[in-house]
Write a protein that binds this ligand. Sequence first.
Ligand code: SF4
Ligand code: SF4
Length: 425
Amino acid sequence: MSAGVEPVGPALPAARPLTAPPAFHVLAKPSGPICNLDCSYCFFLEKEALYPGDRFRMPDDVLATYIRQVVESQLAPEVTIAWQGGEPTLMGVDFFRRAVAYAEECAAGRQLHHTIQTNGTLLTDEWCEFLREKQFLVGISIDGPERVHDVYRVDKQARPTYARVRAGLDRLVDAGVDWNILCTVHHANQDVPLEVYRHFRDDLGADFIQFIPIVERVDEGRVELTDRSVDSRAWGEFLSAVFDEWVRRDVGRVFVQTFDAALASWYGTAPALCVFGETCGNAVALEHNGDLYSCDHFVDPEHLLGNITQTHMVELLAAKPQRDFGNAKRDTLPRQCRECPVLFACRGECPKNRVLTTADGEFGLNHLCAGYLHFFTHVDGLMRVMADSLRSGGTADAVMRVLASAGRNDPCPCGSGRKAKQCHG
Ligand code: SF4
Ligand code: SF4
């Protein structure tokens, strides 16, 4: 590699395993779960226990092995190299300079995309210059305006962090770096969806937003959830309220990942979001020492697939444990899901969140079930309008014109049966 480190570890198998996915996503954690903050709901801080006494810094030989393998494993012409944590910026800019330089050496004509998810508090002008130059897409973790963000997103002295996140974001914006928002939805912001959404859109100027529900177990292995977890019904109402605002004025201008994924399902293609896919297993997590896990949400001994310095990651992805893991998302659905009218869009959501027992006594219903049933039912009429527009060669934003052209006393185009003025008018 450019830093003078030769890649170690196994070579790409001469014959690609038949069960290897053509493309997959790796979330790499170069500093493991280590973070400069101490967000109350963070599930990664407790992962320190997996590697007792470890310094949690990805060595250059693992870095080189990872970059080479992730690039050469993909059959697609574009490869995304994604960094996450803990807080990945703790590794320092030079680590990422080496990563990018080596990726460029390995690219062999493939187009590279670099992404990094950060709390934003350590971003300096030097960082921003590098991120802009290398065209990183930077995800900023922020949970809404100051008063709700600061409820759980605190530092190790329990001090609020909004001002520091905002300073980092302002630096990114000033430097012209591409960025987006990752907002977790939990007990403290679940009831103020429009305040949160408008803050991102109007105050921060965001045009791409991910909302992630916090479903946090009191203890691993137990199904009891913490008070910080989002209430299921509130999650559905949160998404519905944001959708109603978005669908009237922001389609095609602001991208909300959940809505994009839902539209894909109504349109009849596979959503890009794993939680709404029929199966999963093609989004793995890489720890700092080369250990590869089934998923970012299953970094535990049971889901350790192997180490990429010993077995090439394409073989670990193709092997039976990971294929079984991915298929289990579909194969373990309770009957309530299998017979659900919104199964095509929900797919029982993420197995991590399946902690409930159905009315007929089957374990494995998603904590967020009531919320998703509400949300997907709520958006059905307007998702159909958007999907129909796409099928006839138009664009999804046609839905805004349909809504605007409805008379105040006309039936609302969403199909609710109410007058437009009482609904989406
Ligand atoms: S376990 Fe959940 S988060 Fe992980 S890949 Fe499957 S659906 Fe996605
Ligand atoms: S809405 Fe509920 S029942 Fe329907 S697929 Fe989703 S989790 Fe299953």
